[in-house]
Design a protein around this ligand. Structure first.
Ligand code: NAG
Ligand code: NAG
Ligand code: NAG
Ligand code: NAG
Length: 603
């Protein structure tokens, strides 16, 4: 359990980097919405048997300002609790007095009602058997105070408002208590089970739909993610469906970024589905709505698909975190794991609608993408930089230095001018592309594995190259070989790491290319580059030339003729061979690049 607490905490941190949906049920103890009823929001009924937990205090009477030690102890462990002190004559009223912690690691103070620190809860779902806290009697204390505690043994097993001792103020006669509202009267709305799956029939006519993949039908295709909304008077009926073991969710958002979103979740809990609303504030932990604003809830679980349906008022003035459905929003659709009804971060990047839609407006069919535009640009710019510009630049430097020795371009040899131009372009593209994920994520992404580290190293090496090149010693210097080796070494390492980064990048959630497709195409690209480099390497070493010469010598009649043919035809052939190889390299790389860009643009 300790481990689970840790994991849930980590997950909470993830909210900051990845747009995710996670709703606090009880595990982090931030349960202020449960202050009044003291009911955990699990959707389960409390245990009515005798609780194996007791509350005790070290006094029977007190005066204002006194400190009273309150102890929760169990014959068995518990994972969560909520402790309050209330007016014994009116136990349904707000919490009174304030608590002081003795162990801030496992317990935390909450504000219930208007009184700060008037309740205590757990900080994680680590198992405990005893909790000790101090209660400070307030100035205007009721004549008699009763302690109440809700204890959660484990997710579904909990006791609500276990009565504790009543302590009286010295010299004041308490009013006899009013009968407490029995906890059995707590109403839990009973959702119905959907008789049949949703259908995309009527999308664009009677209801607006967001479908992934495009045009799928949840009635026929279990892998279809489906969201529909249809205005009905002053309410809107929502239908949500998708393959998931844990949960599916959608959110209304003013922008395509996470944060300040109105979210609706359908969370599977064993054989039930819990449908709820939540609010994602900033990049922090989503908060479950305190008011139940969803009616006509229905759900269905079949073939690994979660489906749920509910109705919501267009305007919910009592809850400002429920957006008005008269306005237009981007729609997010997400799914992921859930454990004991608690949702974890979503498995894949959420699907985000490509345009805004008025929820209480005319029916339309919406398209969505799981890949944010910024991340697509990042991929495409990096691919242009390293598949085309960079690789052609290094290819030129490796094999074309001795060519066209007389011809110059702006006072420098051709290969050098083109090499320098392409490499500067590579560095510029890398710099621009590098910043995009940081803009999108709002910081470092902890969930991208080795890709960002490789990317940073590639950028560092890429920036080092022009600096090194500017400071290089003149060609005739005795230290020139040091530069040559460093420049070549850093370039080669950067290129290899760039390929590794591309490979890992294509597996990232935000630009997820089909697994086998990306393996094949990237392997094809690598094989192509290696093939041309081997070919030109052999040519440079003279192997290919020798073969050609042999051929020419056999065809020639006299030695004299052979030598003549050798000199002129050989160099012409050499030049042609290299030009053709360079063209093939550029065209081939462009082909691979275009197929990647085509696939990325379709995501
Ligand atoms: C109450 O909790 C006990 C375990 O302490 C369990 O055996 C029992 O089934 C629970 N009863 C209800 C009604 O939940
Ligand atoms: C009860 O505990 C509180 C807090 O530890 C302490 O201040 C107080 O003196 C104790 N009272 C008695 C009667 O022991
Ligand atoms: C406690 O409840 C009783 C009965 O409702 C009420 O008369 C009394 O004023 C309350 N005391 C405080 C301090 O609120
Ligand atoms: C949604 O995508 C389909 C197919 O790709 C296209 O025909 C349709 O025009 C798109 N709709 C919108 C609103 O972009």
């Amino acid at each position: 359990m300790l481990e689970m607490g840790g994991r849930l905490w980590t997950i909470q941190l993830l909210v900051q980097t990845l747009c995710l949906t996670s709703v606090a049920a009880f595990s982090n103890g931030k349960v202020t919405e449960a202050c009044g009823s003291m009911m955990p929001k699990h959707g389960h009924a409390p245990n009515t048997t005798h609780a194996p937990y007791t509350l005790s205090v070290n006094v029977t009477e007190f005066s204002s300002g006194d400190y009273i030690q309150v102890t929760i102890s169990g014959t068995t462990y518990f994972e969560g609790f909520l402790l309050e002190a209330r007016n014994a004559s009116n136990p349904d009223s707000d919490a009174v007095g304030s608590f002081i912690l003795t162990n801030p690691k496992t317990t935390q103070l909450l504000q219930c009602g208007h009184t700060p620190d008037s309740a205590v809860s757990h900080t994680s779902d680590a198992r405990q058997t005893q909790i000790v806290v101090i209660w400070k009697a307030p100035q205007n204390s009721p004549a008699a105070v009763k302690f109440l505690v809700t204890v959660v043994a484990h997710y579904k097993t909990f006791w609500v408002k276990i009565p504790g001792p009543v302590v009286s103020q010295s010299g004041v006669t308490p009013i006899p208590p009013k009968p407490t509202t029995p906890s059995t009267t707590i109403k839990t709305s009973t959702p119905s089970v959907l008789p049949r799956p949703f259908s995309s029939v009527g999308c664009g006519q009677q209801k607006s739909c967001l479908l992934d993949p495009v045009g799928c039908d949840p009635e026929k295709d279990p892998s279809c993610f489906f969201l529909s909304f249809a205005p009905k008077g002053q309410t809107v009926v929502f239908e949500l469906s998708g393959p998931s073991d844990g949960y599916i969710a959608f959110a209304l958002s003013h922008d395509t970024w996470m944060g300040d979103d109105d979210m609706y979740l359908c969370v599977r809990d064993d054989s039930l589905v819990d449908v709820s609303a939540a609010y994602v504030k900033g990049r922090s932990y989503p908060q479950e709505a305190s008011e139940n604003v969803l009616t006509d809830v229905a759900w269905r679980l079949a073939d690994g698909v979660i489906q749920c349906q509910f109705r919501r008022q267009v305007l919910v003035p009592q809850d400002p975190t429920r957006f008005s459905l008269d306005a237009q929003y981007y729609l997010f659709m997400a799914y992921g794991e859930a454990e004991n009804g608690e949702v974890h971060r979503h498995d894949r990047q959420p699907l985000i609608s490509s345009q805004q839609s008025v929820i209480n407006g005319p029916a339309e069919i919406l398209n969505g993408s799981r890949s944010p535009l910024l991340m697509k640009f990042h991929s495409v710019l990096m691919l242009i930089a390293w598949m085309l510009a960079g690789s052609t630049g290094t290819f030129l430097a490796s094999y074309f230095k001795p060519d066209w020795p007389e011809r110059t371009l702006f006072g420098q040899r051709i290969w050098f001018q083109v090499h320098r131009g392409l490499m500067i372009l590579t560095v510029l593209l890398t710099c621009v592309a590098f910043t995009l994920p940081f803009i999108y994520r709002g910081g470092w992404s902890k969930h991208a594995g080795a890709h960002p580290y490789l990317g940073c190293t590639v950028l560092a090496l890429a920036l080092l190259q022009p600096i090194m090149a500017t400071l290089r010693p003149p060609p005739d210097s005795s230290r020139r070989w040091v530069f040559n080796w460093l420049h070549w070494g850093a370039g080669t390492v950067a290129e290899i790491m760039a390929v590794a980064a591309m490979f890992l990048g294509m597996g990232q959630q935000s630009v997820l290319l089909p697994h086998s497709w990306r393996l094949v195409v990237l392997a094809g690209f690598l094989a192509w580059v290696v093939l041309l480099r081997v070919l030109l390497g052999l040519h440079k070493k003279g192997y290919i030339k020798t073969r050609f010469c042999d051929f020419v010598s056999k065809a020639s009649d006299t030695d004299q003729q052979r030598i003549l043919a050798d000199d002129s035809e050989d160099s012409t052939w050499d030049a042609w061979f290299k030009i053709v190889a360079l063209l093939a390299f550029v065209i081939g790389n462009s082909g691979f690049l275009i197929s990647f860009i085509h696939t990325i643009s379709g995501l």
